[in-house]
Write a protein that binds this ligand. Sequence first.
Ligand code: FPP
Length: 253
Amino acid sequence: MQLETDAIDRSHYPKHIAIIMDGNGRWAKKRFLPRFMGHIAGVKAVKRVVEFCDSQEIQVLTLFAFSSENWHRPKDEVSKLMDLFVGTLGKEINRLDKKNVRLRFIGERSAFSEKMQQQMAESECRTENNTGLTLVIAANYGGHRDITLAMQEIAKQVQRGDLQPEDINEDLIAAQLSIPDLPEPDLFIRTGGEKRVSNFLLWQLAYTEFHFTDKFWPDFNTETMQGAVDDFLTRQRRFGRTSEQLENSSETN
Ligand code: FPP
C-alpha cells in the first residue's frame, strides 16, 4: 500500500489549494435540521480535507471560514459560528500540532472576541516551526480590504520618501498582501453550486485554476477532493503563453 502511495508522481500536483466552503445551510435544510447542524457537519468535512491534503503532501490549504460580509447573517448564527470556531480550534490544536501542521490566520482579527484572538495567536505561535501542511484560515477576510491595506502601506512608504512611485511593481504589491511568503493558489474550489469568488484572495487567484461543484460542503470528502485534484491535473496551465510554446519548452527541458 505504501509502495502505491510512493509511486504517485506529485510533480504536477497543486501546491496550494484554496476553498470556499459553501452549502452548509442548504445541507441542513435538506435534512430538516437547523442551519447550525450544517456548520457542525462542515467542521467534519474540514477535518477530512485537512487529512487529505496532509496525506497528499499538499503544501498549503486555505479555507474561507468567515468572510467580512458574513457579519450580516442573523446574530444568533454569527454567535454560534464564533463558538464553533473557538471550540474547534481548542479541540483540534493538539492533533494539528502533532501532525506537524502550521496554522495561520488571515483577515481582520480585531472584530473577534479577546478569547478568539488569543487562541488564534497562541495556535499560530505554537505551530510556527511546523514543517508539514500550512493551514491558512481566512476569518473576517476580504480581498478588497487586503489590497486596500497593502496600498495604504505602500502609500506610507512613498510619503516617507522610502519608495518612489515608479518603483511600485507587482512583486512589491504582492509582498504587502496576506501570506506573501506562500505560493499563490494553484487550485480554487467552491462547493455549493455558486460560481463566484466572493471577495476571496482576489490578487492571488490571478492564474489559479477554478473547480466548481454542486456538492454541499458537508458532503465533501476524500473522493470529491481527489476529483477536484484530478480535474486540475487535466488543465494545461499556460500563464498567457501558447500550447506550442509550452510543448517546445517541455521538450527542451
Ligand atoms: C457556508 O455555508 C459556510 C460558512 C459561512 C461557514 C464555514 C464554516 C465551517 C465549515 C465551519 C468550520 C470551519 C473551521 C475552519 C473550523 P452557508 O451557511 O453559506 O451555506 P448556504 O449557502 O447553504 O446557506
